[in-house]
Design a binder for this molecule. Structure first.
Ligand SMILES: Nc1ncnc2c1ncn2[C@@H]1O[C@H](COP(=O)(O)OP(=O)(O)OP(=O)(O)O)[C@@H](O)[C@H]1O
Ligand SMILES: [Mg+2]
Length: 476
């Protein structure tokens, strides 16, 4: 299979011309879709990707020139070739001026047409490869970009270096934010496939019903909405790498199809009968506890064994506290550049605060904390005050405040306040003075909030624990 190339679109209102053009082009293995009007052509362009358009200049309805004008404004990079029966040098110049890539006068030899099409195909491939290369240099998937001097991280880098050049299937397990994507990217970039496509598919982000056709493609009419044939992303990744992210979220039925694909590299498109074959290396990752998922019957054990040829487990950040400051300084350098700042480092108090935190969101959380600090910081060192109040955040998390509760801001804030006050009151056995101290508000403010939030102390506790109630009320 050659590098992935989308089909081309042919617009002509003469049936004979359509079929002869399609014949010439499919004879050279181009995918072709034909339509009979410019209006239909515009619709087709809205629905799928084409590497070029060939249109007749004279069409019923919208003319080829008008079509060209509209294409230029909506898809400025899409090459359009114009064919006309009434060739004059003047028309040719006009077509090119209007943005046509080329111009053919009827009758033309098939070679002339194929020559023009091949140039466009080549152009398309170059643009694609360039984009891939640029993505590679911008996205630093290199080993020295995987920061950490803890034993776990050193071993991880070493294993990546060892395993990357092979074609072994890789399974990456680990909590959210530990760097699974970074590991997957590094493996591809250190492999022999690095100049070939790296296709990442997030199984959790694509609806279950569409994931199979995304992966393996579909035939025209395979399901409602399958208006044309679509190759799978595995075809696009031929001779490259497919990274299946969040594989723990894949349905069992698709797991079966993936298993077959892993066993012999074959698959068929949705609604297709033809058996296709590609050469891809598979890397899969999940932050789910995969063993539990197997026990609960949600993940196929046979697929797990197939994937688990080499396993990577980037450790959670709390298990490698020695990496925290290193990573923080790494992100500080990055965000200094990105945000055009020149903050020199971290203050001792800030360092200590970062080292003490438990990092439930792992490296991603740390990265976000540093980004925020770089934005907030006005001195030339990150100070404690530019870091979040981790204790408060942990408290809130435990209190179970979730955006998806569907409450508005005010209700949510009230609920947070209520939970926090009740927890402190309970801990202080309803001693108002101590509770107010811990909450860092006055006793009066605490009383006021308790009234407003209808927090009633259990019978008898308040007077017994804090005789100041009456005085508070006098002061009010
Ligand atoms: N060791 C590391 N060195 C430098 N940056 C890292 C490291 N680990 C993670 N990061 C950065 O932290 C962020 C989160 O990492 P990544 O997206 O790879 O996590 P993940 O394990 O895929 O998380 P999830 O399960 O939520 O998808 C990224 O910006 C990544 O570049
Ligand atoms: Mg990820």
């Amino acid at each position: 299979m050659t590098a992935y190339l989308p089909p081309l679109l042919v617009i002509d209102d003469e049936p004979n011309m359509r079929s002869s053009l399609a014949g010439i082009l499919t004879g050279e293995d181009y995918g072709v879709r034909t339509v009979e009007s410019a209006e239909q052509g515009l619709l087709a362009l809205g629905e799928g990707e084409y590497f070029m358009v060939i249109t007749d200049a004279r069409l019923q309805g919208m003319s080829g020139y008008e079509f060209l004008r509209r294409v230029r404004s909506r898809w400025p990079d899409l090459p359009v070739l114009i064919i006309t029966a009434f060739a004059t040098p003047k028309l040719a110049v006009e077509a090119i001026k209007a943005g046509a890539i080329d111009y053919l006068a009827k009758p033309f030899a098939p070679e002339e047409l194929l020559h023009a099409v091949e140039r466009c195909a080549e152009h398309y491939r170059l643009v694609r490869e360039n984009a891939a290369l640029r993505a590679q240099t911008e996205e630093p998937y290199r080993l020295d970009e995987i920061i950490g001097e803890s034993e776990g991280m050193r071993e991880l880098r070493q294993l990546i270096g060892t395993v990357a050049p092979s074609d072994a299937t890789v399974l990456i397990l680990g909590e959210s934010g530990t760097g699974k994507e970074l590991v997957a990217g590094a493996i591809h970039n250190l492999s022999r496939r690095r100049t070939r496509p790296y296709v990442r598919i997030n199984c959790a982000a694509i609806p279950e019903t569409l994931l199979e056709s995304e992966l393996f493609g579909h035939e025209k009419g395979a399901f409602t909405g399958a208006i044309r044939q679509k190759p799978g992303r595995v075809e696009e990744a031929d001779r490259g790498t497919v990274f299946l992210d969040e594989i723990g979220d894949m349905s069992r039925s698709l797991q079966a199809k993936l298993l077959r694909f892993l066993e012999d590299g074959t698959f068929s498109r949705v609604g297709g009968v033809q058996e296709l074959r590609v050469d891809v290396r598979l890397i899969a990752a999940t932050n789910r506890d995969i063993i539990t998922a197997i026990r609960q019957g949600e993940f196929r054990e046979d697929l797990y064994h197939r994937l688990n040829v080499v396993q990577f487990r980037p450790p959670p950040l709390r298990d490698r506290q020695e990496d925290v400051v290193l990573l923080a300084e790494h992100f500080l350098r990055r965000f200094n550049v990105a945000l055009n700042k020149s903050i020199g480092g971290l203050s001792p108090a800030a360092r200590q605060c970062l080292r003490r935190h438990h990092w439930p969101g792992n490296v991603r959380e740390l990265r976000n904390v540093i980004e925020r600090a770089v934005i907030l910081e006005t001195s030339n060192e990150i100070q404690l005050r530019s870091l979040p109040d981790f204790e408060l955040e942990t408290g809130l998390r435990k209190g179970g405040v979730r955006a998806e509760l569907g409450l508005g801001l005010e209700e949510t804030l009230e609920q947070v306040a209520r939970e926090m006050i009740v927890r402190v009151l309970e801990r202080q056995q309803y001693n108002l003075a101590k509770s107010a101290d811990e909450l860092r508000i006055t006793r009066h403010a605490l009383r006021y909030r308790m009234n407003r939030l209808k927090i009633a102390p259990p019978e008898g506790t308040m007077e017994a624990a804090d005789g100041s109630l009456a005085r508070d009320e006098r002061e009010a």
